[in-house]
Design a binder for this molecule. Structure first.
Ligand SMILES: C[S@@+](CC[C@H](N)C(=O)[O-])C[C@H]1O[C@@H](n2cnc3c(N)ncnc32)[C@H](O)[C@@H]1O
Length: 481
């Protein structure tokens, strides 16, 4: 879209947002001449077909630019159209940012910072166990990653493993999940009193605790959580933890119904909200079936728990929702993308992170991009980072893949806009510019900009009127901001 106006008048999409924006969503002081567009209208791009790409974050893990193997080394081909210079730049407005640390409630931050004391109160360690904790954490880390094949079902029933999980993994997962849940649209967490929820593979109730911390508007609601796991000990610790957290926040805890059993175990009533975090990579590991088969099977099981659609009474809405979160690794992102497809076929719509309900362009197929989001751990509790270091597992980034879906009818977006969600690390391009892979309704985008975009940021631009050039290697449409 051609940039034309630098006359100080708000553009149509700025009027809509009620303010002038720069690319990170900050309100510009200037009348626009120094805002992106004005400056960029004069910019002479130095791009040429065949120019070299460099990776900015060599050592980082999790982002699409950090995948290494399929990373662009070059834009191949000499045809100009493969990476044509786009002279028309567009301005963008920020829609949301999934991983904004500022959205986490301050009382939740305090609980997370003090989590060692909270877990110490419900599940104390003697001095020998405390001294041995870093070794147990490292051992569990191998069990959960490179030695997965040897992991026994019910490993969480082993006291040392459960202890390492609750003192360490639960804490990190709460940091990840509270960051995410605090930033999901509030409509996604709209539930009436009496809503029945199910958390599959609940372990020490990580998801219910993270929801309680992140969504203060739900703390006083009467929710009933069925928490299902093959490890009853983990559930019991989790229930105590939820009660302790609720007491610290001066609230009553939610009702918890522990369900000892595997995914598929019947529960006594139909539910509205199903959550599953970090569980499918375990449930499916014994199966040699392909991921599309597993995705369909898991979705059928999830749907078997969810209540039939009720005609709306007294204007009451449809509160049926599903939230799936997995580690930010390609195989998990692939499974989630397939589960998203299966749920869409059953009438659900993605709420986040997808800015659309069209085909997933970051579906993790071999050689392709995979949907995951990462944030730096600078805001994580100091005591947790220290524990990571003592377990020789220093963590600079937290990464996750997820999909949130609703059965409710979703309002369609503005047809004049194209929204995209950034889902990669920055890729350093020549001419002090940077590229980012992003997901959009029209497919994968390579967003090229001089500005710093963040993993998880959703931006909106006027829908391109001209045909976009295509990056030959990735097949992404090239958008210049
Ligand atoms: C990595 S932990 C995740 C716990 C929690 N959801 C979290 O995010 O911290 C995986 C959990 O899934 C449970 N699990 C494994 N296979 C299961 C199955 N087939 N059905 C139910 N739970 C299962 C394990 O016992 C364990 O508590």
């Amino acid at each position: 879209m051609k940039k034309t106006d630098t006359d100080g008048e708000l553009k149509w999409y700025e009027k809509k947002a009620g303010r002038r924006m720069n690319f990170s969503g900050a309100v510009c002081k200037d009348d626009g001449k120094k805002a992106k567009g004005g400056k960029r209208a004069d910019t002479k791009s130095e791009y040429k077909a065949g120019c070299k790409y460099e990776r900015k974050n060599e050592g980082s893990a999790g982002g699409n630019s950090a995948e290494g193997k399929d990373f662009h080394k070059k834009v191949r081909g000499t045809e100009k159209k493969s990476f044509r210079v786009q002279k028309d730049f567009v301005a963008a407005r920020q829609v949301d940012f999934l991983l904004d640390a500022g959205s986490v409630p301050s009382d939740a931050k305090k609980i997370l910072a003090d989590f060692r004391d909270i877990i110490g109160a419900t599940h104390p360690l003697n001095s020998k166990q405390r001294a041995d904790l870093p070794r147990q954490i490292l051992e569990l880390s191998h069990t959960l990653t490179d030695e997965r094949a040897e992991r026994r079902l019910g490993y969480m029933n082993r006291p040392q493993t459960l202890s390492a999980y609750t003192h360490y993994y639960l804490w990190w997962n709460l940091v990840r999940l509270t960051r995410l849940f605090s930033n999901l649209p509030s409509s996604f967490f709209e539930f009436p009193d009496g809503t029945v929820c199910l958390d599959v593979g609940s372990g020490p109730l990580t998801v219910p605790i993270a929801v309680f911390l992140s969504r203060p508007e739900l703390r006083k609601k009467k929710l009933r959580w069925y928490c299902m796991d093959i490890s009853p000990q983990a559930l019991s610790i989790g229930e105590n933890l939820l009660m302790t957290v609720a007491a610290r926040l001066e609230c009553e805890s939610w009702e918890v119904v522990r369900v000892k059993g595997g995914f598929g175990t019947p529960v006594k009533e139909k539910v509205s909200f199903v959550t599953c975090a970090n569980v499918f990579n375990e449930v499916g590991e014994e199966s040699n079936m392909p991921p599309d088969y597993l995705a369909k099977k898991y979705c059928e099981k999830i749907l078997s728990y969810i209540m039939e659609e009720k005609p709306s009474e007294n204007g009451a809405g449809d509160f049926r929702k599903v939230l799936l979160i997995e580690p930010g690794i390609p195989s998990s992102a692939r499974l989630l993308s397939l589960m998203r497809d299966a749920m869409i076929r059953r009438g659900f719509s993605p709420v986040s992170p997808c800015p659309h309900a069209a085909q997933c362009p970051m579906d993790g197929k071999r050689g392709g991009k995979w949907c995951n989001f990462a944030f730096g751990t600078q805001d994580a509790p100091a005591a947790l980072k220290k524990l990571s270091e003592s377990a020789r597992l220093p963590k600079e980034r937290a990464v996750l893949s997820f999909v949130a879906l609703t059965a409710a009818e979703k309002k369609s977006g503005d047809a004049g806009e194209l929204s995209f969600r950034v889902a990669s690390d920055p890729i350093h391009l020549p001419g002090s510019r940077t590229g980012y892979y992003a997901c959009s309704e029209i497919g994968l985008l390579l967003v090229v900009t001089e500005d710093s975009l963040r993993s998880g940021e959703c931006l909106s631009i006027p829908r391109p009127e001209k045909k976009l050039s295509v990056d030959e290697k990735s097949g992404a449409f090239v958008v210049e901001l």
